[in-house]
Design a binder for this molecule. Structure first.
Ligand code: FAD
Ligand code: SF4
Length: 482
């Protein structure tokens, strides 16, 4: 057996056998019952000792399969090695090379289906907790950095507009500012951050984390203009004409809610998850001091099984519901939500009605929701999504009492900007079509994130923002072969 040595920072260097003997760390978290009544963050984050110990579990594989699973190719063994050596700021520098928002992705990335599922340690015990280590490093950096990032690149004298301030728009803006462009982000809401501020609740993604990342982008010189709806306040033609922008990146997300199209969906007390979460998060109804109106509900049914459904149902409990229920047409194994969120919801006493779908919303004479008529489902053959198709079980209809229904069955492209832009190529679902360089059918106009992919993930939106920035840079440098 090789002898244990010391690393440059004084941490003990372990042998492979010693590494294999370390058990995966547990994430410290707040008690399920207590936390389900407030909006403070659920996961508390790893401490320094726990992070170093977890980092020591990494085997520093020569062919690191975890990196193959990361959509932006972070040097995972590289940053973990720095943690194991006690060099946390060095780890942060490695992370930031490929990931502009590590404090965000460390909290919301579905690691269990991306990097961690590929980790070689899955074969023997449990994967290295890559996501929790990422969050640890990002939070450490915020506390210990010497200042915010600054731009050193020579000014290019060219202007780029990013439309939308979600992960795609913010990433693209930051990359272009670093390359010396004069960048303005236009955002429809009064606060930047996209889904990170209007969708994902405080208990999972604290506002201060997003606000800090936005400050980093501003310190690179990016201007952010809020309350500007491109397509209504100003058009892309005007931006590229009278406003003098040389290129545009469209990153407006896909925030138009889908509904079930069942009778009774217009009763008072039916929200789209999008509206409900926006009222609670962005409009701050979660804060008892806010005067934003929101229907709280005593018995709340949330329809859907994705991250949005989990966020809505857990929010309803925190807003005072006695019982909050997920109504999902498939089984637990098919839920698209992150495993950690489902687990947290279970700990918070959320009730799950699997293999169930509403066929009617029931209302009172005064027009308020009083319940749902549902039907039980069974699973048939896989459909185009690869998941087993839910099939109604004849004669299984039943009623459930509730006074608030939140529909979280997905979102689509909002046509406001796309329809007001002549010549913009769209696919049959209304999403923007782009070429391999993320350029749309209009020269100089690029697009990425959910408005191109359909509802996806934060890290994929960030990856698009980065790729688009590189393409815009080449385009504006006059390189024909993008
Ligand atoms: P968005 O984040 O949607 O940002 C688009 C921005 O553009 C918005 O701020 C919008 O106001 C603005 N905008 C729209 N139209 C205009 C216009 N005409 N003019 C100006 N501005 C405009 N992903 C994960 O990886 N992990 C998770 O845990 C997770 N949880 C989620 C929970 C919820 C509730 C939701 C809704 C999504 C979740 N997602 C999660 C998905 C993820 O948030 C999105 O894939 C990602 O935010 C897409 O980024 P984007 O930049 O393309 O768009
Ligand atoms: Fe470390 Fe797992 Fe990646 Fe190997 S696959 S380098 S053990 S995180």
């Amino acid at each position: 057996m090789t002898e244990s040595k010391k690393t440059p920072q004084g941490q003990k260097k372990l042998t492979a056998k010693e590494r294999m003997g370390i058990e995966r760390v547990e994430m410290p978290q707040r008690d399920g019952k207590k936390r389900s009544r407030d909006f403070k963050e659920v996961n508390l984050g790893l401490g320094e000792l726990a992070a170093v110990r977890e980092a020591q579990r990494c085997l520093q594989c020569k062919t690191a399969r975890c990196v193959e699973g990361c959509p932006v190719g972070i040097d995972i063994p590289g940053f973990i090695r720095r943690i194991a050596e006690g060099d946390f700021l060095g780890a942060a520098a490695i992370l930031r090379k490929d990931n502009n928002l590590p404090a965000v992705t460390g909290r919301v990335c579905p690691q269990e289906t991306q990097c961690e599922v590929k980790c070689v340690r899955c074969k023997t015990d449990a994967p290295v907790a890559i996501g929790w280590l990422e969050r640890f490093v990002a939070d450490y950096e915020v506390e210990h950095r010497s200042g915010r990032p600054k731009v050193s690149a020579e000014r290019k004298g060219k202007k780029v507009a990013c439309i939308g301030s979600g992960p795609a728009g913010i990433t693209c803006a930051g990359q272009l500012a670093k390359a010396g462009y004069d960048v303005t982000v236009f955002e429809a809401f009064h606060k930047p951050g996209g889904v990170l501020v209007y969708g994902i609740p405080e208990f999972r993604m604290p506002n201060r984390v997003v606000a800090d990342e936005i400050e980093n982008v501003k310190s690179l010189g990016v201007k952010i203009e809020t309350n500007v709806i491109v397509g209504r306040t100003v058009t892309i033609e005007q931006l590229m004409g009278e406003e003098g922008f040389d290129a545009v990146f469209i990153a407006v997300g896909a925030g138009l809610p889908s509904f079930m199209n069942v009778p009774g969906e217009n009763f008072k007390g039916v929200y789209s998850a999008n509206e409900y979460l926006t009222r609670s998060n962005l409009m701050e109804a979660y804060d008892a001091r806010s005067d934003t109106p929101i229907i709280r509900g005593r018995q709340v049914c949330v329809i859907g099984g994705g991250n949005t459904a989990m966020d809505a149902v857990r929010t309803s409990k925190r807003l005072g519901a006695e019982q909050s229920i997920i109504v999902y047409r498939r089984a637990r194994e098919q839920m698209p939500a992150r495993a950690e969120e489902v687990h947290h919801a279970e700990e918070e006493d959320i009730r799950f009605e699997f293999l169930t779908t509403p066929v009617e919303v029931l209302g009172s004479d005064k027009g308020w929701v009083r319940g749902l008529r549902c039907i039980r489902m069974r699973l048939g053959e896989p459909d185009e999504s690869g998941r087993r198709r839910p099939i109604p079980v004849e004669g299984s209809e039943f009623e459930m009492e509730c006074d608030l229904v939140i529909v979280a069955i997905g979102t689509k492209a909002n046509p406001l900007l796309t329809k007001s832009t002549d010549g913009l190529g769209l696919n049959k679902w209304g999403y923007i079509e782009v070429d391999d360089n993320m350029m749309t059918s209009i020269p100089g106009v690029f697009a990425g994130g959910d408005i191109v992919r359909g509802s996806a993930t934060v890290i994929l939106a960030m990856g698009d923002g980065k790729q688009a920035a590189a393409s815009i840079d080449r385009y504006l440098a006059g390189k024909r072969d993008l």
